[in-house]
Design a protein around this ligand. Structure first.
Ligand code: FAD
Length: 218
C-alpha cells in the first residue's frame, strides 16, 4: 500500500425493472493503487442491490471444522439478469461520457478493450455470469423470520430455531438483501438485538412499532 488515499463513491439508482423497487442498483467507482507504467488506474462498476437470486450454504461433513459447501447461484433469477443487462448498458453510457473520457487515456471492460463493446444480446447473460462477483456482500444464509416462514432459520430475536441458547446476529441473519452495502444493516441489527437482550423487560416483536414505509428513493 502506498501513502495515497483510497477514494470511492457509490450512487444508488432505481432501475425501474423486475419489480425491485427503489434504490435497487448502484454505480460505484474507486481508484486503484497498482500503477503499471506509472499510469493511475480507476474502476467504475455497476452493482445490484435487493438481489432476488438465492444460493445455498450446506454442511459438507459432520466435522464442524470442515468448510461448508457454498453455491452463490448469482444471477439465477431472471429479474436480476434483466437488471444487470440494463445496468452494464448504462455503465457503458456512463463510461462514454466526456466527464469520464476526458480523464481517460485507455479504457477496458474487464479484460477486453472498451472499443470491442459488449457481447450481443444473446451472449450477454453468459458474459455476465462469467464475470459477476459478490464484491464481498453475501447475506441472508440464516435469515430471521416469522414462525410461519419455512425458510426462517432464526426467529425474530435471532434465536436459532430448534436450538437452545444460540443466536446469530450478522449478515447471515438479514431476511433480504438490503438496498445498500451491508455494513450499516449488520451494525443496526446487532445494536438493536443487543438492546433487546439487555432490556429488563424486553419488548416482544409484536409490541414494537412497525418500521413504516420504505424511504423514498434518493
Ligand atoms: C472487501 C470488502 C469490502 C466491503 N466494503 C463495504 C463497504 O464499503 N460498505 C459496506 O456497507 N459493506 C462493505 N462490505 C460488506 C461488509 O463488510 C459485510 O457485509 C459485513 O462486514 C458483514 O458483517 P458480519 O458481521 O456478517 O461479518 P464480518 O464483518 O466478516 O465479521 C465476522 C467476524 O468474525 C470473526 N471470526 C471469524 N471466524 C471466527 C472464529 N472462528 N472465531 C472468532 N472470530 C471469528 C472475523 O474475524 C470477523 O471479525 C465489504 C466487504 C468486503 C469483503
Amino acid at each position: 500500500m502506498t501513502d495515497k488515499y483510497a477514494v470511492s463513491c457509490l450512487v444508488r439508482f432505481n432501475s425501474g425493472l423486475g419489480g425491485a423497487g427503489p434504490n435497487d442498483m448502484g454505480f460505484g467507482s474507486f481508484n486503484l493503487f497498482n500503477e503499471p507504467g506509472g499510469h493511475a488506474q480507476g474502476l467504475i462498476f455497476v452493482t445490484l442491490f435487493r438481489a432476488f437470486s438465492a444460493g445455498t450454504v450446506r454442511l459438507a461433513a459432520r466435522d464442524p471444522r470442515a468448510d461448508p459447501q457454498i453455491d452463490l447461484n448469482m444471477l439465477s433469477d431472471q429479474r436480476d439478469r434483466q437488471r444487470m443487462r440494463e445496468g452494464v448498458r448504462r455503465l457503458l453510457q456512463l463510461a462514454a461520457h466526456p466527464a469520464v473520457t476526458s480523464i481517460s487515456q485507455d479504457m477496458g471492460i474487464g479484460e477486453v478493450r472498451a472499443e470491442a463493446g459488449l457481447p450481443r444480446h444473446d451472449d450477454l447473460d453468459r458474459w455476465l455470469l462469467a464475470r459477476c462477483g459478490t464484491i464481498g456482500h453475501p447475506c441472508g444464509s440464516a435469515p430471521m423470520g416469522s414462525d410461519t416462514d419455512p425458510n426462517a432459520v432464526l426467529d425474530p430475536d435471532c434465536r436459532v430455531r430448534g436450538l437452545q441458547g444460540l443466536r446469530v446476529a450478522d449478515a447471515s441473519s438479514l431476511p433480504a438483501a438490503p438496498r445498500a452495502n451491508n455494513h450499516l444493516s449488520c451494525v443496526m441489527l446487532a445494536e438493536h438485538l443487543a438492546q433487546r437482550m439487555i432490556a429488563p423487560h424486553a419488548q416482544t416483536v409484536d409490541s414494537l412499532p412497525s418500521a413504516g414505509p420504505e424511504r423514498p428513493s434518493t
